[in-house]
Design a protein around this ligand. Structure first.
Ligand code: UDP
Length: 464
């Protein structure tokens, strides 16, 4: 995204980025923006929706431009992710019908119109869910790159969506859930998507279309972590004339800038002081990401299971963690019963927490960012996946990398006590910790100056 002008002088270029407005998608896109800005001083403009708008004041080096999104307040408040994404895309695609004012195409055209002193735009990096934005960019003549914020395994699976339907794997049938998907080992039918929701299938089809129409793909993973999956994606997209597939992760390690929470959630730093008082490797960190929810009975079971396990824990209880409630009520007397060894907060500085010496295990919903951040710090995991790519990530944590296992079935206190002891204990837990340390070393290699991800991001920064 920088080019050599006459006499070998480097001419500055501008890159636009447009994240999907959810925490797990905004963070990696902003990390990519900061990494590109840090290399060759590329100028970066972040286009973003009004819905879940990132906090521009936290990123003074980046320019921010708001784009109308057409998501009605009721849909935004529903928390139904698939519906929000499709509603947004539909409004953006009704271009010329006055659905949005200004339209995405008009915003893009005005951003591209080079003002004096402004470098020209090289490309727009979009989230794979933003087909409507890609169409608008094509109309204005801006090439698009796609950032996949999930793993390569997930990306390979989503690209194979049509094949999975044709071969009868999707929609998933109850009787076939444990059958292997021969074409995508080690996935089983239950790992693909755990829903029959038509909206989800529409999303998958649109992701595949966006990727096949772009110029190049960047994935938040690294070559040594998912070599087979990356090779398969490169082979397939090479046939579609996609110029490159770059593995550029872990993005949060490629920039020194802390993204923290890009939405309006303030990380509670008091948990770091609390972790300082705990023994090395003793604490189980529990967090279900920014979107996953549980019911009030499950909340009780988690609380009682953590209490019974006897292990110190740091638990993120978001105010909207319990479905349909805007406040999570813990069992009476729970907080005083665990006050010596339990800390409850609403939002964690997660990367700092996982890097803290006191943390020895992570109970996660297995969103890709959480899994990848845990891998980067050598922390083994209990995974309790709910939707989207979380089942795929869980399968890889357990069957490929051996750095954790799935908590299968209902959330019950005795089961939670048992899995906590298994992860934090000396037998299987110690083996998983060992493998996690080994993976952490691989992360360090890919981040060295001659490491695969550094080379990939440098290639991206000079893409013309
Ligand atoms: N996160 C955080 N504090 C928390 C919980 C989550 O900073 O208390 C961050 C986490 O580090 C990760 C992101 O939120 O970068 C969650 O992304 P992920 O893909 O794991 O899950 P999602 O929220 O998209 O389901």
């Amino acid at each position: 995204m920088a080019s050599d002008a006459g006499g070998g002088e480097r001419r500055r270029r501008r890159v636009l980025v447009f994240p999907l407005p959810f925490q797990g998608h905004i963070n990696p896109m902003l990390q990519l923006a900061c990494a590109l800005h840090g290399r060759g001083g590329l100028s970066v403009t972040v286009l973003h929706t009004r819905f879940n708008a990132p906090d521009a004041s936290r990123h003074p080096d980046l320019a921010f431009v708001k784009v109308p999104d057409g998501v009605p307040a009721a849909v935004a408040a529903s928390g139904r992710v698939s519906e929000i994404i499709l509603t947004m895309n539909a409004a953006m695609e009704r271009d010329g019908e006055g659905a949005l004012s200004p339209s995405v195409r008009e915003v893009l055209a005005s951003v591209v119109a080079t003002e004096e002193g402004q470098p020209p735009v090289a490309c727009l990096v979009i989230d794979a869910h933003l087909l409507a934005v890609q169409k608008a960019a094509a109309a204005v003549g801006i090439p698009t790159l796609v950032l996949r914020t999930g793993s390569a395994a997930c990306h390979r699976c989503y690209l194979a969506y049509r094949m999975l339907v044709e071969k009868g794997y999707l929609p998933p049938k109850e009787s076939q859930l444990y059958e292997p998907v021969k074409e995508l080992p080690p996935l089983r039918v239950r790992d693909l998507v755990n829903t029959n929701d038509e909206l989800v299938f529409e999303l998958l089809a649109r992701i595949a279309e966006t990727v096949r129409n772009c110029y190049g793909v960047v994935i938040n993973t690294f070559d040594e972590l998912e070599p087979v999956e990356l090779e398969s994606i490169r082979g397939e997209l090479g046939n579609d004339n996609i110029a490159f597939v770059l593995a550029i992760g872990p993005l949060h390690k490629l920039t020194s800038m802390s993204i923290g929470s890009s939405l309006n959630l303030s990380p509670d730093q008091s948990c770091i002081e609390w972790l300082d008082t705990q023994e090395t490797g003793s604490v189980l960190y529990v967090s279900f990401g920014s979107l996953a929810s549980i019911d009030s009975n499950e909340l009780f079971e988690v609380a009682c299971g953590l209490e019974k396990s006897g292990h110190p824990f740091l638990w993120v209880v978001r105010s909207d963690l319990v479905r349909g409630m805007n406040r999570a009520c813990l069992p009476d007397g729970f907080e005083s019963a665990v006050e010596d060894r339990g800390k409850i907060i609403q939002w964690a500085p997660q990367q700092e927490v996982l890097a803290h010496h006191a943390v020895g295990g992570f109970w996660t919903h297995a969103g890709w960012n959480s899994v990848f951040e845990s891998i980067c710090e050598g922390i083994p995991m209990i995974c309790k996946p709910q939707f989207a790519d979380q089942m795929i990530n869980t399968r890889y944590v357990e069957a490929v990398w051996g750095v954790g296992f799935e908590l299968v079935g209902k959330l019950e206190r005795s089961k939670i006590e048992k899995v906590t002891r298994k992860l934090m204990g000396k037998n299987e837990g110690a083996e998983m910790r060992e493998r996690a340390k080994h993976l952490k070393n691989k992360v360090s290699h890919c981040l060295k100056s001659d490491g695969s991800s550094q080379i990939a991001i440098d290639k991206l920064a000079v893409y013309k």
